[in-house]
Structure formats: structure tokens, C-alpha cells
Design a protein. Structure first.
Length: 130
């Protein structure tokens, strides 16, 4: 009798029913939870609204806040420039390269690079390699 039950459960129609039951169970378990906490209704969002009229472009737009006066603008610019100078002094002086040394380096760099390539040596690995 156990052999007959084993044949039914593990083969043929038993496998079909088991697979179908698993699919139904997963479909119910996966789709049963819905989370609508963060959902926002479409009508509640603030967006462009059709007023039924064309905008009059001849009327200047109103400022949302009080604009700076010239004195306030100049004071803020002076403050920003002072802070920029303070940041520049923290970096230290920029060292300008000697143009003659750069020209000498430019002339020698190509030949030095060719020597390293032809000798197949890496100065990072072998400092004596030149």
C-alpha cells in the first residue's frame, strides 16, 4: 500500500497537483500584502493647473522675496572675497616652476623614456634603472 501512495505522490498526477498547489499558494502569499502608506493621491499633488486663460507676458513677475539693495550686495561680495583670500592663504603659496628647468626636462624626457622602454626596466621597481 505504501508503494501505491508513493507512486501517486511522487510521480505523474501527484506531481501536477503539488506544483499547482505551490503556484496557488505563492500567488496568494505574494500578492496579499499591499502597502499604501507612502502613496499620494494624484489630485492632492500641487502641479500646473489649467486656468483656462493664456498668461500675460507683458506683466513682470513678482519677486518671491525682498531683493538685495546695492549696499547689501557690495557687503556680501566683500565678505565672499575676504573669505576667498583667507582660503587662498591657507593653501600656501603656489610654487611657480622654472621655465628653463621645464624646457630641459622636456628635451630629456623623450630620450629617457625610450631608454627605459628599450631596456625593459621600471624605475619604480629598480631605482638604478635609467
Amino acid at each position: 500500500m505504501t508503494i501505491a501512495i508513493g507512486k501517486t505522490v511522487f510521480s505523474g498526477t501527484g506531481r501536477f497537483y503539488r506544483t499547482g498547489a505551490a503556484v496557488v499558494f505563492l500567488a496568494i502569499a505574494g500578492c496579499s500584502s499591499t502597502n499604501i502608506e507612502g502613496a499620494t493621491p494624484v489630485a492632492a499633488t500641487d502641479g500646473p493647473k489649467n486656468t483656462g486663460t493664456y498668461p500675460n507676458l507683458n506683466i513682470p513677475p513678482q519677486a518671491a522675496a525682498q531683493q538685495f539693495t546695492e549696499a547689501e550686495r557690495n557687503a556680501k561680495l566683500a565678505q565672499l572675497k575676504a573669505e576667498a583670500r583667507a582660503q587662498g592663504s591657507k593653501r600656501g603659496a603656489v610654487k611657480l616652476a622654472n621655465p628653463a628647468a621645464l624646457n630641459t626636462l622636456a628635451k630629456q624626457h623623450g630620450s629617457d623614456a625610450l631608454k627605459q622602454i628599450e631596456a625593459k626596466c621600471d624605475p619604480a621597481l629598480d631605482p638604478a634603472c635609467k
